[in-house]
Ligand binder design. Structure first.
Ligand SMILES: C[S@@+](CC[C@H](N)C(=O)[O-])C[C@H]1O[C@@H](n2cnc3c(N)ncnc32)[C@H](O)[C@@H]1O
Length: 290
């Protein structure tokens, strides 16, 4: 009779299946999938490696592994993704948080620190699962945090994350800044809009295949939403307020030119750890003294 599978033997099988499917980190992902299927963390998996697994657990692991081998993102399979210091819920209805967006958060934290204002008002446009605004609110609980998205499902996810983390964020649904009352003003506006060209072949590869096209692609070579936000955000910034945008590695120059034409000052682009232009920030000129 065949010996019953143990956690260790299942882990080995999983690693091999993931490796054969071309997964980049098969060891790590095998542990994550086994942990999810059995409800055990890595330390428990190591300590109880010789424990037999039930048929039900083995079936659960097999189902998760099949989804991963078919290319489904780990974040969708686990339903969660780490970002900044947070563990966020994610779903196929919204963009999976990316590490490069932490650069925008870092810059926003620095800008907020330099504001000579108590309780600054911060708005995140196209918030998805609340990625940027929840990171900012967790870092600076004193800000008045607001966020919007066109997608109702994304906002539901943002609401669930805010509730789970106990962070207060005003959320509303709408098309970029058009949803705002004309009098609404902010000290900081952040936005990571869709910026991939609709014909970019990357959209048909990897995780991107499983994410909403409306969160990824924009017309005009990926620049249409960036331009709309640049053109309309100025009217909703306080003098001396800041706009921070994430963009594609080859869009920095176009973004800087558009910001300049729209009347922003202090325009600068920050490179990500891969040395790509990734985040550009600019300020609304302070009112001239008179
Ligand atoms: C690239 S995702 C960014 C998600 C999240 N902020 C992040 O950084 O991971 C772009 C987000 O913009 C939203 N979006 C797309 N078009 C929009 C529009 N016209 N008005 C408001 N939000 C929009 C999408 O639903 C999506 O959540």
């Amino acid at each position: 009779m065949e010996a019953p599978a143990t956690l260790d033997s299942l882990l080995r099988d999983l690693r091999i299946r993931l490796q054969d499917a071309g997964i980049e980190n098969p060891g790590l992902e095998a542990r994550m999938l086994l942990g999810t299927a059995t409800g055990q963390d890595t330390a428990q998996l190591i300590a109880h490696g010789n424990d037999a697994v039930t048929a039900e657990q083995a079936a659960r692991v097999d189902a998760l592994c099949q989804r991963r081998c078919a290319g489904e993102p780990m974040a969708h399979i686990l339903g969660r993704r780490s970002f900044w210091t947070l563990d966020l819920r994610v779903s196929p209805a919204c963009l999976i948080p990316r590490p490069e967006t932490e650069l925008l958060v870092e810059q926003a934290v620095a800008v907020i620190k330099d504001l000579a204002t108590d309780a600054p008002r911060v708005l995140d446009l196209g918030t998805g699962p609340g990625t940027i605004i929840l990171a900012l609110k967790s870092e600076r609980p004193d800000i008045h945090a607001f966020a919007s998205d066109r997608s109702h499902e994304a906002l539901q996810q943002a609401q669930a994350n805010a509730a789970e983390l106990g962070l207060r964020v005003g959320l509303w649904q709408g098309d970029w800044l058009e949803a705002l009352a004309p009098a609404a003003h902010f000290h900081v506006i952040t936005c990571n809009p869709p910026y991939i060209a609709p014909d970019d072949p990357h959209l048909t590869r990897g995780d991107l295949r499983f994410e909403p096209r409306s969160a990824l692609a924009a017309a005009a070579h990926g620049l249409a939403d960036l331009y709309r936000v640049i053109d309309t955000a100025l009217a909703h910034l306080n003098p001396g307020g800041w706009l921070l945008l994430e963009h594609g590695f080859d869009q920095g120059e176009a973004v800087r030119r558009r910001l300049e034409a729209a009347g922003y000052h202090g325009i600068r682009t920050i490179r990500d750890p891969a040395d790509h232009e990734r985040t550009t920030l600019a300020t609304k000129p302070a009112r001239p003294r008179g």
